[in-house]
Design a protein around this ligand. Structure first.
Ligand code: TRP
Length: 463
C-alpha cells in the first residue's frame, strides 16, 4: 500500500480499537500542531532577536538535525511499537526489571511544569486577542503598550481567569478523544494558522524598509556566536520539537502502522521551521521598518509587536490576526502537553479518559496558579532566585527535557539496537530506508547524547 495514501482504520494491523489518528494528513496536523506553538511565535523570535539573528538561526537548524531529528524519530517509533501511554511504553519495551519507565515518569512531571507556565503565556495571548479587537493595546508608543502588558500580568484575577479559561478549552477538546478531539481540531486549525501567518508576513514584507529585517534573519554574522548562543539554540530545538518528555512518544502511539516515521518526522520538522521563518518574516521586517529594537527579549511579543502593528496602515486588523494565530498555535501545543499525563493516568490507573482529564485539570489549575501569580501576588516568592514561572521554564528546558533526550537516545542506541531500529523504521521491511537508519543509529549512540550532555551541563553552569 502507498504509505501516504490514507486508510481510515487506526491500527488496522493490530486489530485493536485503541483511539488513534485516522489519516496521513491527520497525523501530520496533530504532530505539527504539537511542534508549532509559542515556541515559534514567542520564543524563536525573541531568542533570534537577542542572539544575533541569522547566525543563531544557522546553529538552530544544525541542532535540529543533529539532536532534534534522532530524538523525535526515536520517540515516535517507541510509542508506535508499544501502542501505550509513555510510562507503559517503556515497561513493555525494556528488559524486565530495568527502570527505563522513569524517563516517562519524569516526563509527566515535566509536562505539568511546562503546562503551568505555558498556559499562562497562552493566557496572555488569548487576552490579547480581545484587547487587540477592542483597541486597548493599539498604540505606537512602546511605553503605552508596556504599561498595558504590565497591567494585565500584574492583575491576579485576570491572570488566573484567562489561564483557567485556556485550561478548560484544552481539557474540553481532549475529552472528545484523540481522533475526534486532537486530530479533528488540529486538522482545521493548522491550515488556518498557515494562511493567517502568510498574510501577516506578506504585509510586513511590503513595508518600506522591510529589507533590513530580512537581512537580519538571513545574512549571518558569525562574530555574534558564542558557546552560550550555541547552547541556547540546542535548548530551543528541544522545546520546539516537543521532545524529551514523552509527548512525541504518546503521539507516536496513535500513529498508523503504515505511516512512514522518518518521512513524517522530516516533514514536521521542515514545516515547523517554515512556520518559525514565517513568524520571523512577519515580525522582524516590521520591527526594523518602524525603528524598533529586535532584542527586546520575552516581552517582544507583548510590548514591541503591538507597537509595531499600531505603526502600520491597517495595523489594527493585522494585530488581531496575529494574536489569533498565536492563540491557535498555543492550542495545538497545549493539547499535546496535556495528553501525556491524561493518557498515563487513564492507562495506568484504569480510569476513564474523562475522569483523568478532569483530575489533571484540577491539579494544573493549582500548579498553574503559582505561575499565573508570579507577576503579582507571588512575585516575592522565589526559589533559587527565580519566580515559579521562571523556575519551571528553567527546570524543564535545562534539566528535564535534555535528561529525557539523553536517556531516550541511550535506550534506542544500546538497549533497542540496530536490528530492531531497522525493523521498526522500515515498517517491518516495507520501506527502503536502511542508509538513513544507520546514520540515525550513529547519531543516537554517540553524537546526540554527547551533544545534549554538553548543553545540559552548560545550562546548569557546570561547564
Ligand atoms: N513545541 C511547542 C512549542 O513550540 C511546545 C511543546 C509542546 C513542548 N509539547 C511539548 C515542549 C513537549 C517541550 C515538550 O510551543
Amino acid at each position: 500500500m502507498d504509505q501516504d495514501k490514507q486508510s481510515s482504520t487506526p491500527n488496522a494491523a493490530t486489530g485493536t480499537s485503541r483511539d488513534g489518528f485516522t489519516s496521513s494528513f491527520g497525523v501530520l496536523a496533530a504532530t505539527l500542531g504539537s511542534a508549532v506553538g509559542l515556541g515559534n511565535i514567542w520564543k524563536f523570535p525573541y531568542l533570534t532577536g537577542t542572539n544575533g539573528g541569522a547566525s543563531f538561526l544557522v546553529v538552530y537548524i544544525i541542532a535540529t538535525l543533529l539532536v532534534g531529528l534522532p530524538v523525535m524519530i526515536s520517540e515516535i517509533m517507541l510509542g508506535r511499537k508499544a501502542k501505550a501511554d509513555a510510562v507503559t511504553t517503556f515497561q513493555k519495551l525494556a528488559p524486565a526489571g530495568q527502570p527505563w519507565w522513569l524517563i516517562s515518569a519524569s516526563g509527566v512531571l515535566a509536562a505539568f511544569l511546562i503546562i503551568a507556565f505555558y498556559s499562562e503565556v497562552a493566557a496572555w495571548v488569548f487576552a490579547y486577542v480581545f484587547k487587540a479587537i477592542g483597541g486597548a493595546i493599539l498604540s505606537s508608543d512602546p511605553k503605552v503598550t508596556s504599561a498595558a502588558f504590565k497591567t494585565l500580568i500584574s492583575d491576579p484575577v485576570q491572570a488566573l481567569l484567562w489561564q483557567w479559561l485556556v485550561l478548560l478549552l484544552i481539557g474540553g477538546i481532549l475529552l472528545l478523544g484523540v481522533a475526534k478531539g486532537i486530530e479533528a481540531v488540529t486538522k482545521k486549525l493548522m491550515p488556518l494558522l498557515f494562511v493567517l501567518l502568510l498574510v501577516v508576513a506578506v504585509r510586513s514584507l511590503m513595508l518600506p524598509g522591510a529589507m533590513k529585517g530580512v537581512e537580519f534573519l538571513l545574512a549571518p554574522d558569525f562574530s555574534r556566536l558564542s558557546a552560550g548562543v550555541v547552547l541556547t539554540a540546542v535548548g530551543l530545538a528541544f522545546f520546539k520539537l516537543s521532545i524529551g518528555m514523552g509527548t512525541m512518544m504518546t503521539y507516536g502511539s496513535y500513529f498508523r502502522d503504515n505511516q512512514n516515521i522518518p518521512t513524517t518526522t522530516l516533514r514536521v520538522m521542515g514545516a515547523d521551521l517554515f512556520v518559525s521563518m514565517l513568524a520571523g518574516l512577519a515580525i522582524f521586517p516590521a520591527v526594523f521598518a518602524f525603528g524598533f529594537a529586535p532584542g527586546a527579549g520575552p516581552s517582544l511579543l507583548f510590548i514591541t509587536i503591538p507597537a509595531v502593528f499600531a505603526s502600520m496602515p491597517l495595523g489594527h486588523v493585522f494585530m488581531v490576526v496575529f494574536f489569533v494565530l498565536a492563540a491557535i498555535a498555543s492550542t495545538g501545543a497545549l493539547l499535546s502537553l496535556l495528553e501525556v499525563p491524561v493518557s498515563v493516568m487513564s492507562g495506568r490507573l484504569g480510569i476513564s479518559r474523562k475522569r483523568a482529564t478532569v483530575i489533571n485539570l484540577l491539579v494544573l489549575a493549582l500548579i498553574g496558579s503559582g505561575c499565573a501569580l508570579s507577576n503579582s501576588t507571588l512575585s516575592g516568592f522565589t526559589l533559587f532566585g527565580k519566580t515559579l514561572f521562571d523556575l519551571f521554564d528553567f527546570l524543564t528546558s535545562n534539566i528535564l527535557l535534555p535528561l529525557g533526550g539523553i536517556f531516550i537516545c541511550l535506550f534506542v542506541g544500546y538497549v533497542w539496537g540496530l536490528a530492531r531500529l531497522k525493523q521498526a523504521l522500515s515498517n517491518e521491511g516495507a520501506l527502503e530506508n536502511g542508509r538513513l537508519v544507520r546514520v540515525l543509529f550513529v547519531l543516537v549512540r554517540f553524537v546526540s547524547p554527547l551533544l545534549i550532555l554538553v548543553v545540559m551541563l552548560r545550562g546548569l553552569g557546570v561547564l
